[in-house]
Design a protein. Sequence first.
Lengths: 340, 267
Amino acid sequence: MYKTPDGKEIFVLDGHTHFWDGSPENQANIHGKQFIDCFYAYHTGFSPKEVLWPKEKFEKYTEDDIYRDLFIDGPDDMAIIQSTYLSDFYKNGFSSIERSSAMAARHPERFIVNGTFDPRDGEKALEYIHYMKEEFDIQGVKMYTAEWNGASKGWRLNDPDAYKCFELCDKLGIRNIHVHKGPTIKPLSLDAFDVTDVDDAATDFQNLNWIVEHCGLPRLDDFTWIATQESNVYGGLAVALPLIYNRPRHFAEIMTELLFWIGPDKILFGSDYGIWTPQWLVERLWNFELPEEVVAGRGVVLDDEAKEKILGLNAAKLYGIDVEAKKKQLAGAPVQIAAE
Amino acid sequence: MLTDIIKADLETEVWECLEMVTDPELDEPITDMGFVERVEVIDARRVEVEFRLPTYWCSPNFAFLMAFGIRREIGALSWVREAQVWLNDHCFGDQVNAGVNSGRAFSDVFAEYCNGADLEEVVETFIAKAFDRRQEVMLLGLRKRGLTAEEIVTMRLGAFDRIVFGDEDEIWQKPRYRDLLLTQGLAETPEDLAFPTWDKQPIAAEALDGHLARQRNLRINMEFNGAMCRGLAQTRYKEVEFGEDGPTLVDFMMGRVPPREDAVARK
């Protein structure tokens, strides 16, 4: 719950968070080390000084840490935890559904845990989707197309094996597909961040919601085009939002483009926790105004109503959450300060 | 003493020529981005360059393009007999280093990693983006000067050449824009249009706004990439320490960078 300066209570559903273990003990090789180091550079490069974490906490934070950072010190009412395995880099997976679900079980009213799968596993991927549905009743998955898998250094959403998986998701009612386009390694002749596969998949699977994390950045231009064409494509603000801190004008330009092309109903807040913590992000977003010279002639507004949608109402719709009922439930179970 | 001066002069020459190598994604010189970490001239004939990208995961095809761009620019200096280019701490570093130092042609090395496909298409995509980025600066500059859409879209190269720009970015981009017009065969004589589209078409006066809107979208995207690259390059290998004045970023480069046996072997 974010309380605005004038006392209004805003429902916050954090659409993109993780409960990872990137510690040296879990790293399988140099790639595992470089992966968490790269995340840490995002953290240190784009956070205000006063919210920086020591490396050790960043590599592996505890169940108490995540609960405190999101719900006690942070304004989140609920958070979606994404799963990412990176089995070629981490012994027990970077953030597995089992580990995240065990953590979330302490406060089931606050977490939605999403699964993930790797279409290159063929039949096994299909079995795994069944397993995640039966065991954890997942409503969504996170797709990381840049994941390495043996000789393969990436995959595309329009690969035939991926389509088989999406058909099964559709059948089982796993409707929310979060997509993170990382750099594709091979073939090198392809633009590494090419997003045309999102276009194909979203066209061919109209029942599914495609939430493109980082708004397709670094291909914002292609993403806005696709999202305008496809009614089932959404943009997640993770990674773009932290620019609000040291490059506010640039953030204003990105928001203006997003509001102009896809509108306030299809933009989702996500802190990308543990890379960033939600408190400062939500506070700054709420107090943010688009400069006159940036919006000039574009006819877009980032008013309180738009911000409320972005911070929680849009994601609540995608995940079937009755916001009023949820507010009541949470009011009856206030955040618990864990005994330290 | 004299050899030290010569060495320093030659190294400056190398640094200057490296300004011609751009990050294809950003259209900015790799030297401005701080990617080049070491330039050394040995015996006034041999050049060694080491560079590092903002992350271990930066796109390998861009890494290849930059590495070969470095080799090309150094090789063009008349006194250079030998050149060695090293990309450090990158997931595709071994392949890039083996390729760029093999003496083989770029297309040849590259084809190996592309299932035989051609890199030209992706290269062209990025030149097209660079062209639009540079052109936008010129178009906005002329607008600021009060020129009408009609005057801008019908301007000839000769007239464009005579304009003296004042803004820093405009002064920087003007020769870079002109360079692409010429090398890409988009305008050559003073009578040619100064502002064709990338597809060699004239822009209609009423289409200028739409043209600029598309270029703005592209610029925002490229600026985002630039902001990310700069931020990440700045903090790579740094960690937070909590002292009396609160948290500070400390350089952990020494001892934290993965061991580079190859670097030792080279010496």
